[in-house]
Design a protein around this ligand. Structure first.
Ligand code: HEC
Ligand code: HEC
Ligand code: HEC
Ligand code: HEC
Ligand code: HEC
Ligand code: HEC
Length: 417
């Protein structure tokens, strides 16, 4: 018998099924995320209040699913019908009318709810993601892990089915009396070996990738700090210059975190948080800014009633977020002062972050790519006066720009000790 043909006949459909299943699953989840980000994220986050409520667990709050669908398509109609949750949430949010989305079908809303239940499990709040310029957050990793596990389960099921199938075939061949080819033992069956190898490759690759990322690289890292200090309130709303607190970035290697004294310059006077917008933690609970300022006083050893220092202050142990490995040399002044790079290019829109997270992955590829692409502001920059030849060439129109790479920015020893 033509062994090759049967092998193909047997495995191709199963594989096709497997692949489509995986794809359709991930597509659906993707759609939910895209829909959420396009239509809902401007007003909703999963874990915290924005304009509207945090949507986590919303299905538990709406026992009537049809009402929930109708709400998304036209909330006013549901309020008119007097559905209790609708009326309650409408009043709670000062009768702000939610946008109507008549174009969304039940399946679309299911996809959004699905994304809310899975993709947004941890800290994937669409709005702040969009605000931070599309930095993808941890939710993606969770989703990837989920797909990985699902793929594995499906693959195992497919293998079992294939085994059953081939046994049945053998049995039927035997009953029919067909002289079947010598049965191939499991471990010598080429198709099994191929599938096994692919699985091993994918699994191994995934784990290695995760491991490599874990080695000091931690994009999106966002630890909880000893004081809930908001960059939105300080650098955003109150427009305090980054350099007021991180002056080091202008003239030295380190940007530095300000000491308690710097905070107290202002907070000897400002002892309550009253004027700024409401601020929320990741889990949606509101931050009591005044209580946080009290924490600052504890660290400073400041008595707000007597307006005196007790002398029992201690430094605030801020948890460090950005951290390059020891073998890499990075200098802020070189980038901020000589290179004229904006803080935001590397750190994202810090002035819109309540809690800072690591925006860039700080990988070698990230540094090198920027050095290849970025043209230095060559003329009228005292740092580049030593490059006489380049200046000559530019004058003679032989050269129209100088990238960081040209001045040595991709040489190993420039970045490595
Ligand atoms: C323009 C802002 C805005 C947009 C866009 C928006 N919503 Fe809302 N949503 C609100 C507000 C505000 C409320 C609170 C109720 C009210 O005031 O009407 C709300 C309430 C809800 C509720 C009820 C929550 C609860 O706790 O009971 C659901 C569900 C909901 N929105 C889903 C969505 C979905 C899904 C989308 C995207 C397709 C979306 N919303 C887009 C503003 C918005
Ligand atoms: C009033 C003081 C103050 C101002 C103004 C300020 N910061 Fe900060 N910054 C801090 C403090 C305190 C921390 C440490 C706590 C934290 O991570 O939130 C910090 C942390 C950071 C970090 C993370 C440091 C780490 O551990 O890796 C970055 C990046 C940063 N700031 C950038 C900026 C930028 C950019 C601006 C201007 C848009 C700015 N900061 C304005 C006080 C300030
Ligand atoms: C240049 C002045 C200035 C400096 C320096 C400053 N703050 Fe503030 N801080 C403010 C202002 C203004 C507010 C908002 C007050 C309001 O809106 O009522 C504020 C609010 C706060 C709040 C409440 C809101 C929030 O972010 O949680 C905390 C806590 C706080 N500051 C801590 C700090 C710490 C810690 C430092 C030092 C790293 C610091 N501040 C340095 C001016 C300053
Ligand atoms: C070219 C990219 C780049 C630019 C531009 C940049 N930073 Fe950084 N920043 C980094 C890197 C990389 C680190 C980690 C440094 C390390 O681990 O040694 C860092 C670390 C920090 C830290 C943590 C403390 C420290 O000194 O290591 C703060 C605070 C900070 N940056 C603030 C700023 C501010 C404020 C600006 C703008 C004035 C700025 N950065 C501009 C890349 C940049
Ligand atoms: C946003 C773009 C950008 C990123 C990201 C960036 N750099 Fe740079 N880098 C520059 C610019 C612009 C200069 C030119 C400044 C100068 O001439 O000193 C520069 C210069 C340097 C130099 C001096 C090169 C020379 O020939 O003197 C070193 C070293 C360096 N960068 C290290 C790093 C490291 C390490 C990282 C990653 C952790 C990094 N840079 C990430 C833009 C970037
Ligand atoms: C513009 C700066 C820059 C230049 C130029 C550069 N590196 Fe790196 N390199 C880095 C950074 C940043 C890391 C840390 C990456 C991380 O933590 O993931 C790194 C990491 C490494 C590592 C450790 C492995 C790893 O991925 O963590 C090796 C090995 C290395 N570099 C070799 C080189 C060699 C060889 C060259 C010259 C061809 C070179 N580097 C040029 C910035 C640079």
């Amino acid at each position: 018998m033509n062994q090759k043909r049967t092998v193909f006949q047997k495995y191709i459909p199963a594989l096709v099924l497997l692949v489509t299943l995986c794809l359709s699953f991930s597509l659906q989840a993707q759609d939910g995320k895209a829909l959420f980000n396009n239509k809902c994220a401007s007003c909703h986050a999963i874990d915290k209040k924005l304009v509207g409520p945090a949507l986590k667990g919303v299905e538990d709050r709406w026992d009537d699913k049809a009402m929930l669908y109708d709400w998304v398509r036209n909330s006013a109609a549901v309020i008119k019908k007097g559905y209790p949750r609708a009326v309650a949430v409408y009043n709670e949010y000062n009768k702000v009318q939610m946008t109507a989305f008549p174009e969304l079908k039940d399946a679309d809303i299911d996809a959004i709810l699905g994304y809310i239940n899975t993709g947004g499990a941890k800290k994937d709040e669409g709005a702040s993601t969009a605000a931070a310029g599309g930095a993808d957050k941890a939710g993606d990793d969770d989703a990837n892990l989920l797909y990985g596990i699902l793929t594995l389960i499906l693959a195992v099921i497919a293998l079992i089915l294939l085994q059953v199938n081939s046994n049945l075939r053998k049995m039927s061949d035997e009953t029919e009396g067909t002289a079947s080819a010598e049965p191939i033992p499991f471990y010598r069956n080429k198709a099994y070996i191929a599938i096994f190898a692919i699985l091993l490759f994918l699994g191994g690759g995934y784990l290695t990738f995760q491991g490599a990322q874990g080695l000091g690289r931690s994009k999106n890292y966002q630890p909880e700090q000893p004081i809930y200090y908001s960059h939105t309130v300080h650098a955003g709303v109150n427009q305090i210059s980054c350099l007021y607190c991180h002056g080091g970035a202008q003239e030295s290697k380190h940007a530095n975190i300000p000491s308690v004294n710097v905070c107290m310059n202002c907070h000897m006077g400002i002892n309550e948080y009253a004027k700024g917008p409401k601020i929320y933690r990741e889990d949606g609970t509101e931050v009591d800014g005044t209580a946080e300022i009290q924490k600052l006083y504890k660290f400073a050893g400041w008595n707000p009633d007597t307006k005196q220092y007790s002398g029992e202050g201690k430094p605030i142990e801020w948890i460090r977020i950005h951290n390059l490995p020891d073998h890499v040399y990075f200098n802020h002044a070189q980038h901020v002062n000589a290179g004229k790079q904006q803080c935001q290019t590397c750190h994202g829109e810090i002035q819109k972050m309540d809690e800072v997270y690591q925006f860039s992955d700080l990988s070698m590829g990230w540094c090198v790519n920027c050095h290849r692409e970025t043209k230095v502001q060559f003329t009228d920059n005292k740092f580049y006066s030593i490059y006489e030849k380049f200046h000559e060439d530019m004058k003679n129109n032989k050269l129209d720009s100088v990238t960081v790479e040209k001045i040595g920015g991709t040489e190993c020893q420039k970045c490595h000790y």
